[in-house]
Design a protein around this ligand. Structure first.
Ligand code: ATP
Length: 597
């Protein structure tokens, strides 16, 4: 497939913001893509080479290397490349510029001699080379990378050079969400957007959009109908709604429920096939290397050959065996010394679901059937066991169990519907699961998780650093991020110190196309980082776009006195609190005020 087709599409996508137009450009591109290349095209649109959960190295070659490669390919001096970079602020544009110059200088010569030595680039060739660049490691890899990149740039047209450089830098940033890609896949391969739910279900069951696209392109939409989970490929997790009144909760799930401790740890989706074990986080990162002790527990306690189970990994006190808060697990993120950390920060695993067993897709089975299968599969030990649970239809019993859970170090309870339709809704937040957490009391004592979309320069003591962040909620209906508040308090000096460095890779010259915003921050930030925020209460504000016009014309929902609590590295931008949830929270707050009156 000619690389020109892909870069022309990139160039169009960069210029448009309308969702409908984005989908149309993608459809046009997919129609021109051969089935065996569609997966690669999807990954490249997402600015990567493979799904993150594969745990393979990502692109992201440093500026210095790229400057050398560009100089080599365009016969410019390195100092010239650097100066142009200072002027344009984008290495992609620098490469494009220098390629145009080199081409016009060489045009006369080419006319005279014919285009000697220049090869037309294909998507496949570029992908293959980028893989080599990403995987090159060890001694001599620096020169290997530079030569590979220079080779590509030598053969590239100016526009191709722009995007090759941005891809290699890990800064493609077209702002295309999974939702737009799924719409385009449904239209391309099934003829209508009406098939999007089928594509989405497949993606939820196997979180690899490239792979789903390839199945569609090769075998058509029918092939997605009976798609099953595949051990090793993560399933997108089912999520819970939130409520705070035991009567309301039980009514919502149909009267009777399975109630479990809500453990305060890290969600783990554990896949096992023979002696191979993979552990995926809530945002589907491969975290197996952080938990060699859990891998051992799985191999000891699970006798079935192929399973996918879910549970919460919780830090425990090595002396007392008591549960410790979520933050303790952060020690595990340090890659070195893992065996030392296993001793210092031991963990227990509390299992709460099973999604697949020896060829059988259990996600469509009702929860009590899944629970039975889970009990059969696991040989429990002290540190690897099924989550504490009970079945009840009594609000009083539920409240008692909730208090007991908190007493024992849990965050609250999860209430799960047990009727026949209570399947595992992969990738969805729904009312089949409801969380009831300790901190639902007065006003806004519950926290929200918001995405950074902009930053403001600090003043006074914070001069030269960022002093506040513009935060947004996620709106899944439009696949956009809508602003809620500007947060400047709650940061420790250490947090502020780290902000510049944390934001740097995400700073972008323009508002990201998926951000819906009225304010103008000092810098725009690509939606990627999620923080937990608390405030005094939810208020209405004309400055913010979250739920705009939904409560009252011309105003949106905002947070009064917002305060930063902590980063939520375990969440991706689409896992942030949704605008709908904020609307629900606002309505509940109004009801509470009414009650007090
Ligand atoms: P929160 O922000 O409250 O931690 P979340 O947004 O990460 O929640 P939710 O779906 O709202 O995700 O809450 C469910 C989370 O609670 C799960 O992702 C899981 O990590 C954790 N959890 C702890 N115990 C259980 C349990 N028994 N069943 C399901 N999830 C549990």
């Amino acid at each position: 497939m000619d690389l020109q087709i892909l870069v022309q599409a990139f160039s169009k996508l960069e210029r448009i913001t309308s969702r409908t137009q984005i989908v149309l450009v993608l459809v046009d591109l997919f129609k021109k893509t051969p089935p065996e290349t569609i997966d690669k095209v999807i990954y490249l649109i997402q600015g990567k080479l493979w799904p993150e959960w594969k745990g393979l190295p990502e692109l992201g070659v440093g500026e210095k290397f790229l400057i050398k490669a560009i100089a080599k390919a365009t016969r410019a001096r390195e100092s010239e490349v650097e100066n142009l970079y200072k002027k344009l602020g984008d290495l992609g544009k620098v490469a494009e510029n220098l390629k145009s110059r080199a081409e016009s200088a060489g045009a006369g010569l080419v006319k005279f001699m014919g285009a000697v030595g220049k090869e037309k680039l294909s998507v496949e060739k570029v992908y293959e080379t980028l893989v080599k660049v990403a995987l090159a490691a060890g001694e001599g890899s620096r020169d290997v990378k530079i030569n590979l990149i220079a080779g590509l740039l030598t053969d590239a047209s100016p526009l191709e050079a722009r995007y090759i450089v941005r891809l290699i830098e890990g800064r493609l940033r077209l702002g295309i969400g999974d939702a737009a890609i799924m719409d385009a896949l449904a239209i391309t391969y099934a003829g209508s957007q009406a098939y999007r739910p089928l594509v989405e279900r497949a993606y939820n069951i196997r979180a690899d959009l490239g792979n789903i696209a390839k199945i569609l392109a090769k075998s058509g939409i029918k092939a997605l109908e009976g798609i099953k989970p595949e051990v090793g490929v993560p399933i997108r997790p089912m999520l819970a709604e939130r409520l705070s009144d035991p009567h309301e909760i039980l009514a919502k799930v149909g009267g009777k429920a399975l109630v479990e401790y809500k453990y305060d740890g890290e969600r783990a989706q554990i896949h096992k096939k023979g002696n191979d074990v993979w552990i995926y986080s809530r945002r589907l990162e491969n975290i197996t290397h952080q938990y060699p002790d859990v891998v051992e527990m799985v191999l000891q306690s699970i006798k079935s050959n192929e399973v996918i189970i879910e549970g919460e990994i919780v830090a425990i006190d090595p002396e007392t065996g008591e549960m410790k808060p979520f933050q303790e697990l952060m020690h595990r993120k340090r890659k070195h010394d893992i065996h030392e950390i296993i001793k210092e920060c031991p963990v227990a695993v509390y299992l709460f679901d099973i999604l697949y067993k020896d060829g059988e897709d259990l996600t469509l089975k009702p929860i009590m059937e899944r629970r039975k299968a889970l009990i059969e599969v696991v040989q429990e030990t002290d540190r690897f066991r099924i989550a504490q649970y009970m079945i009840t239809d009594s609000p009083e019993e539920l409240e008692k169990f909730f208090l007991e859970a908190i007493e024992n170090g849990a965050e609250g309870v999860m209430i799960k519907a047990i009727h026949e339709k209570a399947i595992y809704q992969a990738g969805a937040r729904g009312w089949l699961w409801i969380k009831y957490k300790r901190d639902y009391k007065s006003e806004m004592s519950d926290t929200v998780d918001l995405v950074v979309v902009g930053a403001f320069a600090g003043r006074g003591r914070r001069a030269g650093k960022y002093g506040a962040l513009l935060m947004a909620a996620y709106d899944p209906d439009t696949d956009t991020f809508k602003t809620v508040c500007k947060v400047g308090s709650g940061f420790t000096d250490e947090d502020l110190e780290k902000l510049n460095q944390m934001l740097q890779p995400y700073i972008t010259p323009h508002k990201h196309p998926r951000v819906d915003c009225l304010m103008k921050p000092d810098v725009w930030v690509v939606p990627a980082l999620v923080a937990e925020i608390i405030g005094a209460e939810l208020t209405l504000s004309p400055l913010h776009t979250c739920c705009k016009n939904m409560v009252r014309k011309g105003v949106g929902i905002s947070i009064r006195f917002p305060r930063f609590i902590r980063w939520r590295d375990d969440k991706g931008p689409e896992d942030a609190t949704t605008t709908k949830e904020l609307l629900e929270m606002y309505k509940r707050q109004l009801r509470r005020i009414e009650e007090v009156r």
